[in-house]
Design a binder for this molecule. Structure first.
Ligand SMILES: *Cc1c(COP(=O)(O)O)cnc(C)c1O
Length: 365
């Protein structure tokens, strides 16, 4: 980092932001099995790819600034009010809108000990004060969050299922959290992995409908396999969506992204297929690693958090996986230096992971 300029300075907080480091995809220049960013190993729906190609015919035209067709598709698929849906360039953009709209200098933004890295970034970018609350054995602790609330609390970010732990906070606990917040605070339930829990899991949509202080965010980057396109959405009370829409740029999503996302969410058979395969592969991988002495918490997402006996063991296993051409995610930055987050690949990818870790474990005894 260069020296700060003597007179031209960013707002408070901005220079405290540590740049987000994404998952790597190459090892020494060769393509690797990338299990570091929770991408969908089966890719998007073929209909989404078709819609993306078809959108090439209209590249000269500005896209629909109201996202009407995509909001309708989301509303029909999930049974939600289309007027209370907002779409963004990834759910990261919705998180940014929320921080920009509700938090500023002197305001507090709460997230938990192992919470997703973007929460700190969007809080600092808004010049707000991040407040980190302890978890209990890699699970969100509602009482600890409520105890950390003050009259300066404006936002509480909660991923459910959580990343990188994969753990799920029970529905009644999320409801208790929403009910206990100070009057000026908004609860953001980040449902990036909600689809992996099960077809009947609503990711807090019901809670959004029942209250006026809860927003849910969702993404097309995970189960829908469109991480490269950058599409996400939020569902909230009318007063929140109306405020966020004032901050949102009118053309924040390209026509191709809108078309592909619409086709993706309407292909519910593809979504269901990906969910079922993920659950099967996840159960097998978790059981195989547990049998090798590497436990993980029950995960409801498309990754598992493998726990090693020490930081050194986790680092050594990461090195062994790299030697085998496999990239997983170190999560020391999330307060979990003895763990590795492993995205659930297809059956063959998971088998490669098990094989590499078995060889690693065998060489250590
Ligand atoms: C991947 C992820 C997101 C999604 O980010 P996009 O900007 O939609 O790609 C949001 N929250 C969490 C916790 C994630 O892991």
């Amino acid at each position: 980092m260069s020296e700060p300029h003597p007179t031209i300075r960013p707002r408070p907080g901005i220079l405290d932001i540590a740049l987000y480091v994404g998952g790597e995809s190459r090892l020494a220049g060769r393509k690797a099995l990338k299990l570091s960013s929770n991408e969908n190993p089966y890719g998007p729906s073929p209909r989404a790819i078709e819609a993306f190609h078809a959108a090439a015919a209209d590249l000269a035209l500005y896209p629909d600034s109201g996202h009407g067709a995509l909001r309708r598709a989301i509303s029909e698929t999930h049974g939600l009010d289309p007027e209370r849906i907002i779409c963004g360039a990834g759910s990261d953009e919705i998180l940014t809108f929320l921080a920009q709209t509700y938090a500023g200098e002197g305001d507090e933004v709460i997230y938990t000990e192992h919470g997703f890295g973007m929460y700190r970034i969007v809080a600092l970018a808004a010049s707000a004060t991040p407040v980190v609350v302890a978890e209990r054995e890699r699970r969100v602790d509602v009482d600890a969050i409520l105890a950390a609330c003050t009259d300066r609390t404006r936002l509480v970010f909660l991923a459910n299922p959580a990343n990188p732990t994969g753990t799920l906070l029970a529905e009644e606990e999320v409801r208790r959290l929403a009910g206990g917040l100070p009057a000026a605070a908004l609860l953001v339930v980040d449902g990036a992995y909600a689809e992996f829990v099960g077809a009947d899991f609503d990711g807090a949509a019901g809670l959004v409908d029942a209250r006026d202080n809860v927003v849910m965010t969702r993404t097309f980057s995970k189960i829908h396999g469109l991480g490269g396109l950058r599409v996400g959405w939020g569902y909230g009370p009318r007063h929140v969506i109306e405020a966020l829409n004032r901050v949102r740029g009118p053309f924040n999503l390209s026509g191709a992204a809108l078309a592909a996302a619409e086709a993706a969410i309407r292909d519910t058979a593809h979504t269901e297929d990906c969910r079922a395969k993920n659950a099967e592969n996840r159960a097998r991988l978790a059981a195989d690693l547990t049998a090798l002495g590497i436990p993980s918490d029950p995960s409801e997402a498309n990754f598992i958090l493998a726990r090693f006996s020490s930081t050194a063991e986790a680092e050594a296993c990461d090195a062994a996986l790299r030697d085998a051409g496999i990239i997983v995610r170190r999560v020391a930055g999330y307060g979990l230096p003895h763990c590795l987050r492993i995205t659930i690949g297809d059956a063959e990818g998971c088998a490669r992971v098990t094989q590499a870790i078995r060889a690693f474990a065998g060489a250590r005894v």
